[in-house]
Each structure stands twice: as C-alpha cells, then as structure tokens.
Design a protein. Sequence first.
Length: 327
Amino acid sequence: MSPDLPPALRQGVDALLHGVRRSGLAARSSDLSDGYRAGKASKVVIRSAEDAAAYAAARLPATYAAVARALSEADERLVDFQPTSLLDAGSGPGAAGWAATQLWGSLETAVLLDSSRIFLDLAKRLAAGGPPALAQADRRLADLTQADPWPRADLVLASYVLAELPQDKIPDVVENLWSACDGLMVVVEPGSSEGWAKIKLARDRLIALGAVLVAPCAHALPCPIQAPDWCHFVQRLPRSRDHRQAKGADRPFEDEKFIYLIAARPELALTGQAPRILAPPRQTKTAIEFKICTPAGTCSTHTVARRDKDNYPAARRLDWGDLGLGE
C-alpha cells in the first residue's frame, strides 16, 4: 500500500492551503509539534482553522503513511477480512480513515470521534470528494476518557491519540474501544520511547481481554525488549512543496518513526505467525544480521551467511519491520 496521499485527499489539502501564506506555516507547525510533544490534547493545540491547515500540511501526510503501513501489515496476516464499518477514535482530520478506505473498499459506514470540533469540521471538508463512507461519516465530538459505549464497528482505529492521554487512563480507554470492536483494532503512536510505553499498556490490556495479537508482536508473551531500548519502525514518505515549507525542511522525503499494535477477535482467520525484524539489517562481508522478535517470546539476533545460497538471496530483500525469517 502506497504511503502517498490518495489523489482526492491531496487535492483537498491543496484546496485547504489555497491563499494561505506559506511564510507562517513552518512557525505554526512548530508550535503545534511542541504542543503535542508536551502531551496536550488536540482541543487545546488546535485553536483555529489556521492551526488545522498547518497540521494538514505538516503532519497529515506522515500520519496517513504510518497508518497505511500498519494496515498493510495487518492485511498481510488476515485471511479474507472485509470490514464494512469503521470507528475512528481520535480521528483528527481523518487521515486514518482515508488509509482504511484505500485498503478496504468494502467499508460502507464510518463514525469519527474527536475532542476537537475544528478537526471534525476539517475532516468533513477533506472527505467531501472522498469515498462515500467518509463523505457521509457520522462525526462526533467526544472525550475518549469517558466510559460511554462507543458505536460498534468491524474495524476500530486509534491513531496518535494515546499520546494525548494520561497513562492511567489508557487501559480503560483501550478496553472501551475493544468493547466496540467486532473484528480488528489498530493502534498507532509516535515511534518514541514514550509512544512505545503507551503501546505496551494497550498491549497488556488487550491480552488480558482475550485479544489475538496480529502485529507487530510475534507472540502474546511479556515483551522481551527492555529500556532504554524500545520497539518502533520507520515509514518513508515523499514531501510535497507545501509539506517541505510547513516543516521548514529541504529534503524531498520524510522518515516517520512510529509504533503500532494490531489486535483481532479470535474468530478472525490469520496466517501463521513468524519472526519480525525489529531494526535495520546489519550487512557484513560474510553475512546479514537481523534483530528479531520471535514467536517463542524472545528478542534475538538471526544471522544469514553469504555462503547460505538457499536463504541469502531472500534475506537481502528483507528490511526493518518485515516478516519472513526462520528462528
């Protein structure tokens, strides 16, 4: 699945930025990033339509790319999963929903929950020319920390939302969203040590609730990774001119660090689990070394020697985040 924004979404962002002075985008984007890094909620950080435009230019492409990558990893392990309903919790301007509808054309309905009315209005504007499920979505102002029963859906998304919540609230929020999930739940967070810590809280609660872990974990045993190390991945995405201006950057691409967790109801059919590569492969003159998470619950190094003519060619094609190595 491509990390590029779908054409209709790209056109929507371009239309949003029409007439916006580019000179102020970078400064406004920097302020937004500072607010999110401080753990502030969107309803506090996004105070105006101009803030929302800066977010769309600077952060929406990376958010979309990370969610698209996570959903692709889910699709690799799912057998004939065709969701028809979506619940996007902490939807922001709707990037996660766009990624879901690009992968699963079966989606017919969507409910978007967010604490920011400005974001919900922006999501509606961006979806006007998009898939029917998003164009006709039910958008609700909501506080995820409240114990309200959320609308049930085949697919539940929570992208870049746990970062805005106190740690002690996360297990209950995850449980409430899992209660609304009839099939698959996908959580995506920034690829920082803090994001990983919050994903681990979600992981622990989902395992306790009987969820089946789909990705990236190769098992449901205690996580073998110990601080100061942490689990995360990287998705490269292209930067448009507006994206570069909003980020105050020159490079034509961005590497988004992210961490994700995908859990399924036990009745969903999955392919067999396999080790996952947790870091960039290390190439030497004689071999390739991989840091892997194994189905046995361990984090270990797997080496494929150059002289191994059966496995070395395939190993050279593997990268950070991939499945496919034997233990």
